[in-house]
Design a protein around this ligand. Structure first.
Ligand code: G3H
Ligand code: 13P
Ligand code: NA
Ligand code: ZN
Length: 328
């Protein structure tokens, strides 16, 4: 059944678990996410980015999600729009039937330029008014995503601030978060706590302090009824990097957010955990490996099937680790 993000995350908060929110761009991802959810009995958040809408088209994405709901009637599914850059973008998604939207007013309509606090409050508040009138949930964002190690926002072509960020910019302020929630009425808030989008988050192996855990606690204490969201939560699996590079890829050494640290974040109030990059890496590794071993093969279903299996295993791992398994 289609369900709002508010309903899903309220349950997650009551029971103390987190839900991975996977980006969806194609049929293979959609199947992987749903098969994993069915296997682990987990609720689902699927999200469509601007890039996904450009690649697959909004109608294809919408109908793919509706098809998933029809085929897996026992699984609650939230159809979420990722990183809306204006109230107008969110309005179009609401009109299409999305049950949840993100208004990312922390960046301008170019998805790159940090905005003023007042601008963020204004566009987010307007989106909440519109969305709540339609029973749709809203996620806002406060702060600039950026790796505390590199000071970079990541994602050359996607959503992310340009240039080097200061330590302060990369940590959401708890008092400002409280004021933001009071003024906008958002259901969920994406916070900056040391993560960044994409595969290049950290240049060194993690030592257990990737996330600003203390900051998560402080923010959660100030806004206990607002569900915290962590973007840039891919773990960048080293086994998939090795497979990609073994079969002709050239991805430099890089690290993501360890699953154990995400689990810590969930313990202190994080409820929605955004993951895109991990499924991209698994997909690419699976295709490279399959085609290297099956050089005469040309039926796309053969190698795309490998991507479904690879992505499904990652989804299963995350549903289990974050505790959403068993909660559908
Ligand atoms: O927000 C970032 C997500 O990974 C989506 O990226 O716009 O390239 O689909 P994308
Ligand atoms: P990753 O790039 O770490 O997968 O993050 C995805 C994300 O935050 C989508 O909004
Ligand atoms: Na931001
Ligand atoms: Zn994001």
């Amino acid at each position: 059944a289609l369900i709002s993000m508010r309903q899903l995350l309220d349950h997650a908060a009551e029971q103390g678990y987190g839900i991975p929110a996977f980006n969806v761009n194609n049929l293979e991802q959609m199947r992987a996410i749903m098969e994993a959810a069915a296997k682990t009995d987990s609720p689902v958040i699927v999200q469509a980015s601007a890039g996904a809408r450009k690649y697959a088209g909004s109608n294809f994405l919408r109908h793919m999600i509706l098809a998933a709901i029809e085929e897996f009637p026992q699984i609650p599914v939230c159809m979420h729009q990722d990183h809306g850059t204006s109230p107008a973008v969110c309005q179009r998604s609401i009109a299409m039937g999305f049950s949840s939207v993100m208004m990312d007013g922390s960046l301008g309509t170019d998805g790159k330029t940090p905005t003023s606090y007042e601008y963020n409050v204004d566009v987010t508040r307007r989106t909440v008014e519109m969305a709540h009138a339609c029973g749709v949930s809203v996620e806002g964002e406060l702060g600039c995503l950026g790796s505390l190690e590199t000071g970079m926002a990541g994602e050359e072509d996607g959503i992310g601030a340009e240039g080097i960020l200061s330590h302060d910019q990369m940590l959401t302020d708890p008092e400002e978060a409280a004021d933001f929630v009071r003024k906008t009425g958002v259901d969920a808030l994406a916070i900056a706590i040391g993560t960044s989008h994409g595969a290049y988050k950290f240049t060194r192996p993690p030592t257990g302090d990737t996330l600003a855990i203390q900051r998560i606690k402080e923010i959660h204490a100030r806004i206990p009824d607002t569900h915290l969201v962590m973007h840039g939560s891919s773990s960048v699996p080293q086994d998939w990097l090795a497979i990609i590079n073994e079969y002709g890829g050239e991805i430099p050494e890089t690290y993501g957010v360890p699953v154990e640290e995400i689990v810590q974040g969930i313990k202190y109030g994080v409820r929605k955990v955004n993951i895109d990059t991990d499924l991209r890496l698994a997909s690419t590794g699976a295709i490279r490996r399959f085609l290297a071993h099956n050089t005469a093969e040309f039926d796309p279903r053969k190698y795309l099937k490998e991507t479904i299996n690879a992505m499904r295993d990652i989804c299963i791992d995350r549903y289990e680790a974050f505790g959403s398994a068993g909660n559908a």
